[in-house]
Design a binder for this molecule. Sequence first.
Ligand SMILES: Cc1ncc(COP(=O)(O)O)c(C=O)c1O
Length: 388
Amino acid sequence: MDIITTPIPYGRQHITEEDIRMVVETLQSDFLTQGPKIKEFEEAFADYVGAKYAVAVNNATTGLHLAATVLNVRPNDKIIVTPMTFAASANCIRYCGGDVVFCDIDKDSYLLDLDKLRVLLESSPQGTYKGIIPVDFAGYPVNLENLRMLANEYGLWILEDACHAPGGYFIDSNGEKQYCGNGKFADISVFSFHPVKHIATGEGGMITTNNKALYDKLCLYRTHGITKKPMQMRENHGGWYNEMITLGYNYRLTDIQAALGISQLKRANEGVVRRHQIAQNYNDALKKIKGIKTPFVEKGHYHAYHLYVIQVEERLGLYNYLHANKILTQVHYVPLHLMPYYQEQGNKKGDLPIVEKYYQHCLSLPMFPTLTDEEQNWIIRKVIEFVK
Ligand SMILES: Cc1ncc(COP(=O)(O)O)c(C=O)c1O
């Protein structure tokens, strides 16, 4: 008999009474947008990841677009992107007219493969590429120290898509923790607050950087390219006066969302710790099962476990079996170079064999802090039942 009555999603938000109280308080305040909650959220988030500056935006997709804009991506600029990610990681380059060049992933970490990246860079004249977009896929932190060294050899900027990884870190060659998005090695990092992510604000995102000039530009482009800073204006007619000095956007987060984000951020650490417990339970139960590959974690990497991805021979069968048993697993992701849009840009099946093989077998099991032991035991039982 089924012990689970309501479907278990692969990820979901957790909203507490305190979250609701914070949102209601903001609804009753003077500012629904462009008020004090934005700065408060930005400062708290910058502090959480260890970056100097943070810019709140209305989602990570617009955050990535702003980042690509201030990194000066121009038509026909070539940018290297991992194919194992959500479309937005690459689309930001297309919004600016740049060309996306995909590089294959490592078969264990599922992150951009540095050896393959080196081969790609060496096979083209210096100056061919302008930047790289690595993704801390599933919450597994990219070793940005190593990537930075390679990027420096070729004069490339790094835009880290850290949407899966707030709270994740790797230990660098000096033995120091380097949190995802801390701005030490990447020029800019971007986070998402979509409800399946670690921190939920409905829609929402955050950009972090340690570079003041980039920070100033991000703020400018977030709000229409309009400034009131005397230093940036040609004229000044009085207190009301502002100038639009470049073509920007309205990519602002509201104070209502920021209030929710501030409240959620207070529990972010707890959430990552709980995700680790869940991962440990899955590992203990599934690691030794023939036909299942559990996530690889190299020593010195603290996974943020946005996703818990297994590899399994009969993926479609397992997916259907779990869905029939109210376990709503998901596949992350269809490799981007196989999307019809990116095939129209000249990519084709067979170009990136490692990511294509990964895609044939990957499945994300439910992973979110409020997953109960009862639910997890049910998931484990059903996975093993099918595989055996
Ligand atoms: C890796 C990655 N990058 C970017 C995004 C875009 O985030 P948003 O939905 O906040 O625009 C997502 C969201 O799923 C993502 O997973």
